[in-house]
Structures are given as structure tokens and as C-alpha cells.
Design a binder for this molecule. Structure first.
Ligand code: 2BA
Length: 109
């Protein structure tokens, strides 16, 4: 069994969850915040059997789109973080950032 942790953009989350649920996956949605942009994104926890892993990754890849975003760059000045440079930068966010973990044990009470 595996646990897929997928960080996706909010814009894609609803459709991705719908599709995964239709396909019979169990999904938990967490409201999360990206450390760099400091804006909201969505993290999905998906526990699945190994045989379903490839199919799940294909669904994520198909639905989650990469988008450009303009932001002011967070900078560090003399150990002080969280200040912003006065010029905008363009970053490419997502499709999806996916971590895959092997699950030792899965228990439901
Ligand atoms: P954020 O941390 O808000 O990052 C948004 C996008 O900003 C990133 O897109 C990347 O293109 C850019 N970016 C991030 N850190 C940067 C830096 N130090 N300098 C320049 N540009 C930077 P993605 O790579 O697609 O990441 C989307 C979101 O996935 C991230 O949002 C974060 O929430 C998560 N993420 C990405 N890599 C991660 C990792 N190694 N561990 C945990 N979460 C991660």
C-alpha cells in the first residue's frame, strides 16, 4: 500500500477530488499554504493499493495544470525573512508536487 501526498493548486482541487472519488479512491483534503508564495494551495492524502498507483498518478497529471504566477519575491536581509523585493517575478506553479510513501500498516477502527 502507498500514501500519495499531492500538493495541487486550489483551482484544480475540486475537479481532481471529484475524479478520484468517482474512480473509487479514498481522499482527504487539507487546506495548506505554500512557503514561497504564501498563498493557499490544497494537499490531498490518498491511500491506495499498489496496483492502483499508476492510474492515480495519471489522473493527477491529467487534471493538474501548471500556471504562471507573478509575485514579489520574498528575500532575506541580515537574518530577517519575510520582506519582499520591490520588483515582480514570474514563477511557474504546479501541476502537482507529489510525494509517495510506502505504508507499513493501515488500520481503521
Ligand atoms: P510555494 O512554496 O508557494 O511555491 C510556489 C512556486 O514558487 C513553486 O512551484 C516554484 O515554482 C516557485 N518557488 C518555490 N520556491 C522558490 C524559490 N526558493 N525560489 C524561486 N522560486 C520558488 P512548485 O515547485 O510547483 O510548488 C508548488 C507548491 O508545492 C509550493 O508552493 C509548496 O507548497 C509545495 N512544494 C513544492 N516543493 C516542495 C517540497 N520539496 N516540499 C514540500 N512542499 C513543496
Amino acid at each position: 500500500m502507498k500514501l500519495v501526498i499531492a500538493i495541487v493548486q486550489d483551482e484544480d482541487a475540486g475537479r481532481l477530488i471529484g475524479e478520484l472519488m468517482n474512480e473509487g479512491y479514498g481522499v482527504t483534503k487539507l487546506a495548506t499554504t505554500g512557503g514561497f508564495l504564501k498563498s493557499g494551495n490544497t494537499t490531498l492524502l490518498i491511500g491506495l493499493d499498489d496496483e492502483r498507483f499508476d492510474e492515480c498518478m495519471k489522473v493527477i497529471e491529467r487534471i493538474c495544470k501548471s500556471r504562471k504566477q507573478i509575485t514579489s519575491a520574498p528575500v532575506t536581509h541580515g537574518g530577517t525573512t519575510g520582506m519582499y523585493a520591490p520588483y515582480p517575478i514570474e514563477v511557474s506553479v504546479g501541476g502537482a508536487t507529489v510525494f509517495v510513501l510506502s505504508v507499513d500498516q493501515f488500520v481503521k477502527f
